[in-house]
Design a binder for this molecule. Structure first.
Ligand code: MG
Length: 502
């Protein structure tokens, strides 16, 4: 077929991507640099630019341009990488066109108001003031599901925005399977006689030294500082504007250097993914990431499988001890390893260890799915939250601030987002066991501070592929199997049986 309609589509997509990069840069700036008084003006800048991008996406189908390409794709006349570009662009366009401008505006206004109220409710431990806003958001998200359409559950339509290709039934089955493993496994760890004293790693760590150490780790694992930066923000995040411009943030605590290091390594995993996308395809789905779950798999693989492993610290621990003799000189590397891997059920998701973390997610997934499916009501959330925390983690929730009000997601309308965190953990474990199979002397290399084999493997199998496959297809292609929580369970079993003698 004639190449030019595809060429026109690509040019338009590149333009949209540059505009999106500018929007992301403004967001990065808001979190890192922006003066306090600029908030309202910045919100307006966002709204204008987001409107322009929305219109550009809709304009992709002017003169039925995109629809005609989609027809050619459906009849097999466009295939290969052009087929992927057409099909993925159609998916984006199709979701965008199904949401009327009035609906999008109402949702945006509702969320913008709700976030302020949520912050206040959390500060005051007062769920009641947030409730009417949450009820409205749930109503709108149900409406969104109806507008977008779904096969079985309205939650399908919301989940699909973040993890395309996984429906509610599949997600439920995977997470139920995981829960059945985690709850008794956690009980075994809690009954262990091993005690781990985490306070021993606390001390005084000067900020400039922490920054240098974080940069040293990033450089060593392969983050390219000529194509990226590391800065500080309240909530760590990463943002890729282009494979040659990837921004990471972390946060620092003066008495705890491991606090910044954990976040930095996590965000570096996201950042390495963004730096590894094929630059020659910038602007098209061929240079986009697969899904939130696959993105999170990259961060978790670096943060946990690698960054909390013995080989990694075999290399970095002497450097940590040399930089801060106090407190690390008096802590052996094996005690240090236990400390960074301690399991302790706690109230706050973002502070959870890798055993309890997914139980926090499963709880949220079950609740938001039931909300969207109309099986429970928003007003019942605090009670259900407490019951599930007791059942899964065996802890009492003393306040809604430390319970149902802790996360920003629901106030931001992000229903369907939580399960992608757990998928990320599951993908990471499944990818890592494959990586270990493919690189037999992996640990030896990591012990020497050589991460090139890991980076090369991730580049070839995941990063360079862009959005060529759905998450499900990618997992199958890379590991030869469908996503299966057994790999994550086996990883935990092996690691924690040794640490806790269970
Ligand atoms: Mg992450």
């Amino acid at each position: 077929m004639n190449e030019s309609p595809i060429k026109i589509l690509k040019e338009r997509l590149v333009e949209i991507s540059h505009l999106t990069s500018i929007l992301n840069l403004l967001e990065w700036d808001q979190e890192v640099n922006m003066p306090k008084k600029a908030g309202d003006a910045r919100a307006e800048s966002f709204a204008h630019l987001a409107g322009i991008i929305h219109n550009k996406i809709l304009a992709l189908n002017d003169g039925k341009h995109l629809a005609q390409l989609k027809k050619l794709f459906d009849s097999g006349k466009i295939s290969g990488s052009n087929g992927i570009i057409v099909n993925e662009t159609w998916r984006t366009y199709d979701r965008e066109i199904k949401l009327p401008a009035g609906f999008v505006r109402e949702l945006a206004t509702t969320i913008s108001k709700a976030q302020g109220v949520w912050a206040e409710a959390r500060a005051k431990n007062d769920f009641a003031i947030f409730l009417p806003h949450l009820e409205k958001i749930v109503k709108l998200k149900k409406q969104e599901a109806e507008l977008v359409g779904y096969a079985t559950s309205p939650y399908d339509a919301l989940l699909d925005a973040y993890e395309p290709g996984i429906d509610t039934a599949t997600a439920s089955a995977i997470l139920l399977n995981l829960k059945k493993f985690l709850v008794p496994f956690l009980r075994r760890i809690k009954e262990s006689a091993v005690t781990i004293k985490t306070e021993r790693v606390k001390g005084r760590f000067k900020l400039h030294q922490q920054i240098l150490f974080n940069e040293l780790v990033l450089k060593k694992i392969g983050f390219d500082f000529e194509a990226g930066r590391l800065d500080a923000s309240i909530h760590p995040f990463s943002s890729g504007f282009h494979p040659y411009d990837v921004r990471l943030t972390t946060r620092y605590k003066e008495n705890d250097v491991l606090y910044s290091l954990g976040s930095t390594i996590h965000e570096a995993g996201h950042g390495l993914y963004e730096q590894g996308l094929p630059v020659e395809h910038f602007g098209t789905p061929l240079a986009e990431t697969v899904s939130l779950g696959i993105h999170e798999s990259q961060s978790r693989l670096w943060e946990n499988q690698i960054g909390k492993g013995r080989p990694f610290w075999k290399y970095f621990y002497p450097k940590l001890q040399k930089t801060w003799p106090k407190p690390f000189q008096n802590i052996s590397s094996s005690e240090f390893y236990q400390i960074i891997n301690r399991v302790q059920p706690s109230l706050i998701r973002t502070e959870a260890d890798e055993v309890t973390y997914n139980l926090h997610i499963i709880l949220r997934f079950e609740m938001e799915k039931d909300l969207i499916e109309g099986k429970i009501k928003a007003k019942d959330l605090p009670v259900i939250w407490r019951a599930k925390m007791k059942e899964y983690l065996d802890i009492e929730v003393p306040s809604d601030t430390l319970g149902v009000l802790q996360d920003v997601h629901w106030s931001a309308g992000l229903f369907g987002y939580f399960p992608t965190y757990s998928f990320g953990n599951l993908y990471a474990a499944q990818f890592y066991q494959q990586l270990e199979k493919n690189i037999p002397d992996l640990d030896k290399k990591i012990k020497k501070g050589d991460f090139t084999a890991v980076i090369d493997w991730l580049r070839k199998n995941i990063h360079m592929r862009g959005k060529t496959d759905t998450a499900a297809a990618l997992v199958k292609k890379v590991t030869g199997e469908d996503l299966d929580p057994k790999y994550f369970a086996a990883y935990l079993e092996k690691k924690y049986a040794e640490i806790y003698h269970i």
